[in-house]
Design a protein around this ligand. Structure first.
Ligand code: UD1
Length: 378
C-alpha cells in the first residue's frame, strides 16, 4: 500500500509524527510475523508543501519530533489564500502524477489540507482526512472552509470525538467510512512530555511555575486589525497583577505587532518556540490565553486553564469537558475571565475519551484493514 502523507504548516507536524512512528512499528511487527525481510507493508512518501517555511515554524518540529526528512518539499509558502492554495495544487498535482499513491492522507484544516485533497480526488486517488468532522460554524475562518470542502470529498474520516462523527453523519457520510480513533496531537503530547525542557529565557525572565501566563495569537480576525490587537494585549497585561506574560509570536502577528510601538514591563515577546520548550512553558503556566485550536486540546490534557480569545470553537469538548473557556475579544469579557482565574475559581477539566496516546496506532490498524479489504474500500 502506497501512501502520500501531506504536511504543510506548523500544526500539521505534531499530527503526522505519531502516524509515521506507528507505521514504522506496524511494518516491523508485520515483518517479524511474516518472516519477510525487505518488505515494507505500508510505504509512505512524506510531502511537505512548504506552506510554513521558517526554521522556527517548520524544521525545528521535524528535528524535535524525530520526523524523517520530507521526501519532497514543494516550496509553496507565503501569498494570499488563493495564491497559496493554487500554488500547492499545481505543485502537488505534479508530485502525485510522478509518485502515484493508493491513498493520500491529509491532516487538520490548513490550506495544504484542502489543496492536496482536491488534487488527489481529481486524480482519482482516495483521500483520508485525519481530524475530520470538526466544525466551528464560523465561515469567516479560512480553516472552516478548508474543513468543509476537504470533508466533502474525503473517502475515509478519522475523527477525534463522537461530536465530529455526528457532524459527518448529518452531512450524509456513510458511517462505514468514519473511524473514531481519538486525537493524534495528544499522541505527540503524551509521547514527548518527559522530554519537555525550559526555553532559554526561563531563568533570564526569572519565571516561576504557576506564576506567569502564555499568550499566543495568530488568527487573522484578531491580529490583522492593529487596534484590536493592541487593546486585547493591553487588557491582558494590565489585569494580571503584574505577572509575566510570555508571548511567542507567529510571523503573521509579528508583522502587525512590530508597528504598534507598545511595551509593558511584564510583557515578554519571543520568537516562535519549538514544540518541547513551548509545551514546557504551557505545562507550568498559571494559564494560557490563545486563539489557537490545537493549544486548547493540549491545555485540556495538561489540566492548565485556557482562555480562548474567539467566539466559536471547532473543539467544543475542550469547553464542555476540558479546561477551556470561549471568551471572545471583548475587553470586559477578558477582564472577567482573568478575575475568575485570580480568585482561583477556574473549572477543573477532564480528558476526552480516546485521547490516550494510542490514536496513530488505531489509524494504522484501520489502514491495514483498508489494504486487506481493498476491493471493498480502496
Ligand atoms: C496557518 C493556518 C492556520 C494555523 C496556523 C498555525 C491556514 C489557512 N491557516 O495560518 O490554520 O493555525 O498556520 O501557524 O492554512 N509566514 C512566515 N513564515 C512561516 C510561515 C508563515 O513568515 O514559516 C508568513 C506568511 O508568509 C504569511 C503569514 O505568515 O504572510 C501567514 O502564513 P499562512 O501560512 O498564510 O497562514 P497562518 O496565519 O500561518
Amino acid at each position: 500500500m502506497n501512501i502520500s502523507l501531506v504536511a504543510g504548516a506548523r500544526p500539521n507536524f505534531m499530527k503526522i509524527a505519531p502516524i509515521i512512528h506507528a507505521i514504522k512499528i506496524k511494518n516491523e511487527k508485520l515483518k517479524i510475523k511474516s518472516g519477510q525481510d525487505k518488505w515494507s507493508f505500508i510505504k509512505y512518501r512524506l510531502v511537505h508543501t512548504g506552506q510554513h517555511y521558517d526554521e522556527k515554524m517548520s524544521e525545528t518540529f521535524f528535528r524535535e519530533l524525530n520526523i524523517p526528512e520530507p521526501d519532497v518539499n514543494l516550496g509553496c509558502g507565503g501569498g494570499t489564500q488563493a495564491e497559496q492554495t493554487a500554488a500547492i495544487m499545481v505543485a502537488f498535482e505534479k508530485e502525485l502524477i510522478a509518485h502515484p499513491a493508493d491513498l493520500v492522507i491529509v491532516v487538520g484544516d490548513v490550506n495544504s489540507t484542502l489543496a492536496c485533497s482536491i488534487v488527489a480526488k481529481k486524480l482519482n486517488t482516495k483521500v483520508a482526512h485525519v481530524e475530520a468532522g470538526i466544525r466551528s460554524g464560523d465561515m469567516s475562518m479560512p480553516e472552516e472552509i478548508n474543513r468543509i470542502v476537504t470533508d466533502s470529498i474525503t473517502d475515509y474520516f478519522f475523527t477525534t470525538t463522537t461530536w465530529a462523527n455526528q457532524n459527518l453523519l448529518k452531512s450524509g457520510i456513510d458511517e462505514k467510512r468514519i473511524f473514531l480513533v481519538g486525537n493524534v496531537m495528544i499522541d505527540t503530547l503524551m509521547a514527548n512530555q518527559h522530554r519537555f525542557y525550559p526555553p532559554p529565557f526561563w531563568e533570564i525572565f526569572n519565571l516561576q511555575p504557576g506564576q506567569y501566563f502564555v499568550l499566543t495569537l495568530h488568527r487573522p480576525a484578531n491580529v490583522d486589525d492593529a487596534q484590536k490587537l493592541k487593546s486585547m494585549i493591553h487588557e491582558i497585561v494590565t489585569n494580571i497583577d503584574g505577572l509575566p506574560v510570555i508571548f511567542p509570536m507567529h510571523p503573521r502577528t509579528f508583522k502587525v505587532y512590530s508597528e504598534l510601538g507598545i511595551s509593558y514591563p511584564n510583557l515578554y515577546t519571543v520568537e516562535p518556540l519549538g514544540y518541547l520548550s513551548f509545551n514546557y512553558l504551557v505545562k507550568h503556566a498559571k494559564a494560557v490565553i490563545t486563539d489557537s485550536g490545537g493549544i486548547t486540546e493540549e491545555t485540556t490534557v495538561m489540566g492548565i486553564p485556557c482562555i480562548t480569545l474567539r467566539d466559536t470553537t471547532e473543539r467544543p469538548e475542550t469547553v464542555e469537558i476540558g479546561t477551556n473557556e470561549l471568551v471572545g475579544s471583548n475587553p470586559k469579557a477578558i477582564k472577567a475571565a482573568l478575575e475568575i482565574l485570580k480568585r482561583g475559581e477556574w473549572k477543573k477539566g477532564k480528558i476526552p475519551e480516546l485521547w490516550d496516546g494510542k490514536t496513530a496506532e488505531r489509524i494504522v490498524n484501520v489502514l491495514i484493514k483498508l489494504r486487506d479489504y481493498s476491493n471493498y474500500y480502496v
